[in-house]
Each structure stands twice: as C-alpha cells, then as structure tokens.
Design a protein around this ligand. Structure first.
Ligand code: TXA
Ligand code: MG
Length: 307
C-alpha cells in the first residue's frame, strides 16, 4: 500500500478507524512524531496512542504485560479499546509526552488494519483533527482540518462508532478507565470486576493529560437538554437526540439509538458550524453503555467539567 510508504519515509498519513479517523506517523521516528503535534497544533504534553496490526507488536512497546492488560486484550483486541502500560525505553519520549507509559490500540476497521500491516511498525495516531475541534468521523472532516498539512489521506467510510476509544490504565494494580468509550464499564467489569473510572476530582493530570483540555467542541455553543425541554430561538439552532422535539429547529438529527447518536454527534457538530449555527441543543441520554461516553463528550463540548 502506497500510504505505508509515506510512513516509512517519515511522513504523516490520515486513515479511517472504527472510532474516529487517526493521523499516523512511525512511532520510532522522533521527527515524524513531532510533526504530528505540529500538524494538529497539539500541546506537547498530551501523549499519543500507538496503533498496532498484530498483538506481537505489543512487546516492542510495553515493558511489562500486566494480567489485567492481557485479559482485556484477549477480550477486546482488535476493537475500540486503548490499554496503557509501562513503556519500553526504546519508545521515544515525544510519543508518550514524557510519561513512562504508552497507550496501545489495535483497530478493527478493515482499511486501518491493512494500512497498519503494510506499515510494519507501530504507528502513533491521535484523532486526525485540528486540536480543539471535534474528532473527525468522516473523510470530509479530515480534509477540512488537515488538507495541505499532511502527506496522505486514506479515504474510508464514515466511522462506525464515532467516539474515541475507551482508554484504560493497566500500568498499576487496579485498572482505571481514563476515557469512556464504546467498550463500556459494564463490558470491562465482566473481565475485571474491580475496574473503576478515574476520580474526576483529581483526574490525575499526570495520568491522562489529554483529559484536561477542552475537547470535541464545535464553534457553536453546546447545551445539554432533557427530552421535550422548550428552548429559546429553536428556529436558528441545531438539535440532536433520540426524541422528537415539539419545536422546529433549523437543523435536526433524529437518532435511532444511543449508538446511532454517538456515531452522528461529531459530524453534526461540524455540519452546524458549516451552516453558521450558533447554538446546538443535545438531548441527554441514560448513563449506561455507550451513553456514558456520549455524556462525557457532550459535557466536554458544553464546557462542563467535573473537577
Ligand atoms: O479512538 C481513538 O483512540 C483514536 C483513534 C485514531 O485510534 N485516537 C485518539 O487519540 O483519540 P487522541 O490522541 O485524540 O486521544 C488520546 C487520549 C488522550 O486523552 C491522551 O491523554 C490519552 O489518550 N493517552 C494517551 N496515552 C496515554 C498515556 N500513556 N497515559 C494516559 N493517557 C494517555
Ligand atoms: Mg483527539
């Protein structure tokens, strides 16, 4: 695959995954990794996730394989899960933002797997958006953010899941969920009954620096509402949710389920921005399954922090 040649040459390649599109570079090429931060305008203290095509590559990245990690990997790789482990000294500090750990993920998306296998090396890949913008779930979104800033863009289908992977720190004794995603805490607890969410009050800035940044936000103001809530100026606003609102909105996404809502959210944010819509009303969802991840992204986009 030609795109893999750009990776071998130290270039940057955007590629689809089942969660969101990623922006890839060879993890062992420090200059290439530094270019990822520059292309996105990403703060240097926010670590990157290493993407693999084969479980054998884990030993190139992780110094020790904890029991919790082994069980999660057995259950959920390939898929929308990132496992954080103590890193090998050979993994450049620029990739892990100076932390002694590295996040590892094996995507299930067909194009991603083919691309990563052709690269023959683990590939760091943050979401392929400009820092601060919603993660890209369509090729169009990647193009809008990064055209002219990177070497190659692989076109795939719209992301099936639409929210970034679940990130679980397995470097210590107890597994801690740093970022909720499609692999829900209910699913994780079937494998590791004592898994917990990181305490947001002290979200361990050092453990997941990314969580301190305002993320996933469109230019429009995001407001979380309950089903049926009457809002001002609906005719100029956007609305996304599973319910049918009683008002007429300028743009509306009617979602069939929480999964469908998750898959459509970031592209809806972008579409509202393209149309100059200034306020987006987002219907709240039950905090279970993917609903937790969805609420997490909605709260971040709305500027609500738990800490
Ligand atoms: O679904 C995904 O994970 C996508 C696709 C492309 O695979 N990637 C992604 O990467 O969302 P990014 O860089 O946008 O988000 C990575 C998150 C950040 O919140 C970061 O702080 C956290 O994972 N993270 C990465 N490495 C970490 C580490 N060693 N320790 C703690 N948190 C880490
Ligand atoms: Mg991101």
């Amino acid at each position: 695959m030609e795109a893999a040649e750009f990776i071998r040459l130290g270039g940057l390649v955007a590629f689809p995954t089942e969660t969101v599109y990623g922006l890839g570079a060879d993890i062992f090429n420090e200059r290439a990794v530094a270019k990822v931060f520059a292309a996105k305008g990403r703060p240097a203290d926010n670590p990157l996730i290493a993407h693999i095509s084969d479980k054998d590559q884990i030993e190139l990245l992780a110094e020790e394989f904890t029991d919790a990690a082994a069980r999660l990997i057995d259950a959920f790789f390939p898929g929308p899960l990132t496992v954080v482990l103590r890193k090998q000294a050979t993994v450049p500090a620029v990739a892990s933002a100076g932390l002694d750990t590295i996040g590892i993920r094996m995507p299930s998306d067909f194009v991603a797997r083919k691309f990563l296998a052709a690269c023959g090396t683990p590939v760091v890949a943050p979401s392929a958006n400009l820092s601060g913008c919603p993660s890209p779930t369509s090729f169009r979104a990647v193009f809008e953010d990064l055209n002219g800033r990177i070497d190659c863009m692989l076109r795939g289908n719209d992301a099936e899941i639409g929210l970034e992977s679940t990130v679980i720190d397995c470097s210590a004794e107890r597994a801690v969920i740093l970022r909720p995603g499609a692999i829900s805490i209910e699913m994780v607890r079937k494998i590791l009954p004592d898994a917990e969410f990181a305490d947001p009050a002290k979200l361990e800035i050092a453990r997941s620096p990314g969580m301190k940044y305002r993320h996933y936000a469109p230019r429009a103001a995001v407001k979380i509402v309950v089903k049926g809530e009457i809002v001002p100026d609906a005719e100029n606003a956007g609305y996304i949710g599973c319910g049918i609102p009683s008002q007429n909105f300028r743009l509306r996404a009617q979602c069939k389920s929480a999964d469908d809502y998750a898959a459509r959210l970031f592209e809806f944010f972008r579409e509202c921005d393209r149309r100059g819509i200034r306020t987006i009303y987002c219907e709240s969802v039950a905090p279970e399954g993917i609903g937790r991840a969805l609420l997490d992204r909605l709260r971040r986009a709305a500027g609500i922090t738990d800490a």
